[in-house]
Design a protein around this ligand. Sequence first.
Ligand code: CP
Ligand code: NVA
Length: 320
Amino acid sequence: MKPGLSLMKHFLQFKDLRTEEYAYLFDRARIIKTRFKNYERYQPLADRTLAMIFEKASTRTRVSFEAGMYQMGGSVVHLTTGDSQLGRAEPVEDSARVISRMVDIVMIRTYEQAKLEAFAAHSRVPVINGLTNEYHPCQILADIFTYIEHRGPRGGEADVLQCLKGKVVAWVGDGNNMANTWLQAAEILGFKVHVSTPSGYGVDMAVAGIRDEQCFKVFNHPLQACEGADLVTTDVWTSMGYEAENEERRKAFIDWCVDDEMMAVARPDALFMHCLPAHRGEEVTAEVIDGPQSVVWDEAENRLHVQKALMEYLLLGRIG
Ligand code: CP
Ligand code: NVA
């Protein structure tokens, strides 16, 4: 995509893409993954450069974006707050103007979504959300792709989203960036999220950025949220940036630990997911995360494949 073209797309929230674009991306990720597994060289992004800006820690996001870009023939610049002028109060708008003149695509992990949006508004190139306080769209892209791999059809783009229709995702834990993004995905892809959070940590529809209440239902008890669920998922009790609340959260979240009892009331073929990193004995028991219904390692690996499809799409548009 050449700078300045009106077709330029960012991926700042899950709702930035349409249903049919997700059908394409999931199918494309499947093709890209198969090629990768067969050691087939595929380098459509030769001579393209990705800038990755991290203002928070990361393992999966860093490795998947960096490895993915190299595998597609491109190169990567890695910046953190501590080793760039970002940490010395250079305005985000100025950083965006400069960085986006030198690279082809930018991935940012930061605190407020507003900062990411400000960067994107001044960028000449596509910007991807690598996690903010409010959203984590790349993770949900990987999670849904993982669900489709395990429970979906083997067919192509035409029916790839069918397996999601009417399904129930149980969200157990904090009404955080992951929960918000699940709600956006549910609205776009036609499934429902059963949310159970401790009092005071619920999802806020305005922050989640959803139109209405159709796509989710709130339950006081996590066991109720898991009843009949097709997928049970959770996340850390304390997200990055909220460490000062750690002690009060440890008390508030004590009953929001996904365990065998919760998995037992879900559907017999229910999957368990966690974006990782996980804390066994806090938000999930070791029996569940290391048990037969858990697909967390596929989920983590799939960050690589879906983000390669995403970068290819944002830079080159539809292939074929
Ligand atoms: N799930 C996820 O985004 O992991 P990292 O924080 O390690 O990138
Ligand atoms: N909700 C977590 C996700 C980490 C990948 C956080 O924001 O820290």
